[in-house]
Write a protein that binds this ligand. Sequence first.
Ligand SMILES: Nc1ncnc2c1ncn2[C@@H]1O[C@H](COP(=O)(O)OP(=O)(O)OP(=O)(O)O)[C@@H](O)[C@H]1O
Ligand SMILES: [Mg+2]
Length: 414
Amino acid sequence: MRPAGVPAHRATTAHLQALYPFVSGRGLGSRGVYLGRDLHGGPFCFDPWELYASGVLTNPNLVVAGQIGRGKSTFVKTFVWRQMLFGRRAWIVDPKGEYGRLATVAGVTPLRLAPGGPVRLNPLAVDRSHARAVDPSGQVDLVASVAGAGLGRSLTPTERTALDLAVRAAQARTPEPTLPDVVDAILDPDPGSAATVRTDVQGLAADGRNVGLELRRLVRGDLAGLFDGPTTAGVDLDAELVVLDLSALYDSPALGILMTCAVAWLQALLRRADGSKRLVVLDEAWAVLRDLGTARWLQASFKLARSYGVANVAVVHRLSDLRAAGPGGSEQRRLAEGLLADSETRVVFAQARSEVPVTRELLGLTVTEAELLARLPRGLALWKVGERSFVVEHVVGRDELDLVDTDQAMVGNR
Ligand SMILES: Nc1ncnc2c1ncn2[C@@H]1O[C@H](COP(=O)(O)OP(=O)(O)OP(=O)(O)O)[C@@H](O)[C@H]1O
Ligand SMILES: [Mg+2]
């Protein structure tokens, strides 16, 4: 069903084809998964790793933008599914709980994160499967990003030190600490930890108090039950497809924190991954960009993509979401716009007329390309792949329709 108020067609394909010769360049070739029809003629195939390897792209990341109901998630789901058929893996942060069908078809159960729900993840989990030593600084980073997301700011150097000492103290006490252990250690530090930074226990407790109280919220407060114990048995964050369903908190201010945890987790996982090619999808990415700490994490993730064999896919409604992340000149805004610079493939579905100028400016579009944006019917997108432009009609196979029906998923999960 089409969402109310969204016209199915704003321009016919024939009209768009008339403009198209001014848009299209040479095709990308036939390597990669089939995505649909290049309006210039012929199939459109795309593989970020192939294009990176052949030097067409200098990074494998994608930003996908488009108005509500224009086919962003549909494209992402079919892209992931078709990539999986070639042995690629995928990690999906799913704030609306709409990737469940994809997970089922791929034979996995989405990890539905809800306070008091069945899945618990320990940010301080020991990596038994890979038999590697725990990297304390990685775990401190992870917990710091979670605390920072809750506080709505980065930790000060003093807070960061207090947290670092608390994580190490908790690790010294138990082989696999959990967040409650860290909360205890930061609120009630030991004299040995205090001595390392030339203070006493009262001083160290004061340094870490705000962080401790924020982390306590994850242990006792509105997010209790998600991150406060050992990881639930059977959860495999290294599976072929991992879907983190965050829909239980979609309308809550905790969504940003949850998304931070998800992204932070993922990075911890990737640090020890085997280098297999993996798509990392962040649907509704604007929810992450609002928060400075998370925006930083995300940027690091985009920058590290190449070394980890990862192609990130960030989905937003409009590119002005990136500007709305913070006031002009702010670090937040710079980080959000930097994501665009770190994503050489931009897939732009229909945009409202009012959005066209900013989209044109951010993507360096020609007049004709900009003109197209407000006229694209559902399922058609302007692709900017490095310097090249394409207009692509995404084709959904009959057997894939079930994967992409968001109305059904919305009814089921929210
Ligand atoms: N290329 C396509 N072919 C057939 N159906 C499509 C196509 N693209 C989208 N649809 C249909 O349109 C509906 C809305 O698409 P989708 O959920 O992908 O939109 P969206 O851009 O992700 O929206 P939102 O901003 O609300 O997340 C889906 O139910 C899907 O079945
Ligand atoms: Mg969507």
